[in-house]
Design a protein around this ligand. Sequence first.
Ligand SMILES: [Zn+2]
Length: 384
Amino acid sequence: MAELRLYYILNDETRLKEFLTTRQLIKTPDSIHTCPNSRCRRPGRLKWSRRTRNIGPANAASRKIEGEDDRSLLTMRCNACKTYVSPRSGTFFAYADSSGRANVRLSYQRVLLIIFHWAMNRLGIDTIISLGVSDHTVVDWRRFCRNVCVAAFQQREKMGGVGVVVEVDESILHGRRKANRGRLLLGDIAQSSWGRDDYVPDVDDLSGSSSESDSETTPDHEECDPLRRNNGAWVVGMCRVSFYFDERQQKDRRKSEELRLFQVDRRDQRTLHELILAELEPGTIVNTDEWRGYNGLGSIGYHHNTVNHSEHFVDPVTGAQTQNIESAWRPIKTRILRVMNGIPQDAMPSYLAEIWLRSRCKDREAVFNRFLELIAQQYPVDGG
Ligand SMILES: [Zn+2]
């Protein structure tokens, strides 16, 4: 969805209602719901209604300036007992905030725009400024967005299969540790990177994949020592690639179709084999570098090609290469390291899942549309 089209919808209540209901993002008036009123509990249809809400005059004035209805809220009512039913209860739009309160203060318009900005990969600070929302709000909603990605990622099936090429590589992400990072510095709006396109972590942190790393010769038991490695995290990447013929340039090209990333404690053979067995269908053509952790993939059901990076980019015999996954590391590192400086490690999987979702979409508008589909799947609105 293009931005102008989105504003066309958001600026008209009828169009907004239709958008939200046809995309199954909020309860739909036509379907049957059980009334939440404990003395009613009757199944019935809901109808659109307006509810006066109690907000301070300053708040009301500022909302009016922004074109939002000041005192009344678009809501639904039980036909039988007239109890108000929020069309967003139980949906993504009523997500609880970090303190556990249902966050329903934001208008649909603002929530949709926060999602849209996130899908477009805009900086959090741009969302804060252009939508007039707080940093906490943006941090919270972006976390909700990533959680949707995590839930979708957990539904994945094995990829690959006979004749399908998947490049596998592993890389260490290690950022500078910063003391005194507070709540305001969470996530991708970490203060050090606010509005700064040129923000790049230490050059050392971007020093390529394992093939260039000195740890190639380090024994496994040392690699997993978090203190020694400057709190680095090993990430294994699996990139499914497809091949096509570029008519204009008259040559064969390869394209990344899906990128799966996993944080691992170590990159020994056992870890890598277990991960590959869990993710890749038997018969998959697995391209890797010559790291010994990949040894033996041929004996567990895969067609294994290795590329010797010290001599070639493309193996002269098999034509195997790992350039798709290798070129993916740099943007991943820039993004993740910015995050690692400010948030706990346990949030990492959600960022990796976000990168996965993006890898499945052809462009950012597709990310927005796909994301709305995921919300509809994960927060079924009707029948409740
Ligand atoms: Zn009722």
